[in-house]
Design a protein around this ligand. Structure first.
Ligand SMILES: [Zn+2]
Ligand SMILES: [Zn+2]
Length: 323
């Protein structure tokens, strides 16, 4: 197993736990959030939800060695068929692998939201109804079945060593550790434009119709800007976190398998093979309705903004006339 861990590199949790600075930063973030929520927001922290998140992390830790064992062999095999060999002692090899991994992360994350089979696993991450650092612990147990590991194989095939590819993935997950919070507002513009920030990721975790299927980025938000899935956090649209069909259970087993249960139910109730296929591999919900609702909301917002601007210029003109 140690060999497998060496090939695939460290998991973000082991990086955080074994690195005193990162662990201290993480615990500090938890402490700040508890104090901030109690005294500034005057809200409950949601201890039961946080405990459920830890339970999910423990379940994943049990499932993980199996995944590492299976995948290490596969990655080594694919690396033997590599097209080029990138020299990881060169800095630009790291830039390329970082950009490649972040780009593939965007697309894999998007598929996880748009393909029900993958959503069944990823819904676990979106099951929390409060935004705090414990959301990081909510990761599905069935990644091996849904094929999320496919994400990195193109980079290995192109010629980046598996350990380098997984290191960039770990970096992405460590980056995301601090953006699961509503304690941090918007950052200065250059950061908000380039990076996936707490504000952008709050949008991603929200069930408001206007925020659905937005901001899939890992580290660089520019992929969302490029591929039309970017949505700014709107001042007059507070984030409502959680799943569209809200899950209130704090039982880790129920949370981990809830969407699999829904998928099996829908496949069983489907009348035709086409419907069965759609229930398992189609979009989880009514995509057309989501797109139409978002277009309607944005059109209404634009109309309101125009009316407000017209009213402001009318007031300004009447003030100028009075003077
Ligand atoms: Zn997601
Ligand atoms: Zn998240």
């Amino acid at each position: 197993m140690n060999d497998a861990s060496n090939i695939l590199g460290d998991s973000p949790y082991s990086i955080v736990i074994r690195n005193p600075e990162l662990l201290t930063a993480f615990l500090l973030l938890v402490a700040c959030e508890i104090v901030w929520r109690k005294f500034v927001r005057e809200e409950e922290y949601g201890a039961a939800e946080a405990a459920a998140s830890v339970g999910i992390a423990i379940g994943r830790a049990v499932a993980k060695p199996v995944m590492i064992f299976v995948l290490a062999g596969l990655y080594v095999l694919v690396y033997q068929w590599r097209i080029f060999t990138f020299d990881m002692t060169k800095w630009w090899s790291w830039v390329l692998v970082f950009l490649g991994a972040d780009f593939l992360y965007y697309w894999m994350h998007r598929f996880k939201h748009e393909i029900r089979w993958m959503w069944a696993d990823h819904a676990v991450h979106h099951s929390g109804n409060r935004m705090n650092v414990f959301m990081n612990f909510r990761l599905g147990w069935t990644g091996l079945i849904v094929g999320t590991w496919l994400m990195h194989l193109p980079l290995v095939l192109v010629g980046f060593p598996p350990s380098a590819v997984i290191t960039t993935y770990a970096l992405s997950l460590v980056w995301q550790a601090w953006i699961h919070t509503d304690m941090i507002g918007k950052l200065p513009q250059p950061f908000e434009w380039i990076l996936n920030t707490p504000s952008h990721h709050r949008v991603h975790h929200s069930r408001n119709p206007v925020y659905l299927d937005k901001n899939y980025a890992g580290i660089l938000i520019v992929w969302d800007r490029m591929f039309g899935t970017f949505q700014e956090e709107l001042e007059d649209e507070p984030c409502d976190y959680g799943l569209v069909h809200r899950l209130t259970s704090v039982n880790p087993l129920k949370i981990a398998f809830n969407e699999w249960g829904n998928l099996i139910h829908d496949v069983r109730n489907a009348k035709t093979w086409r419907e069965r296929f759609r229930a398992a591999f189609g979009y989880p919900g009514d995509k057309k309705a989501v797109i139409e609702a978002q277009a309607r909301i944005m059109a209404e917002r634009e109309k309101k903004a125009k009316a407000k601007a017209a009213e402001q210029s009318r007031v300004a003109r009447s003030h100028a006339a009075a003077e």
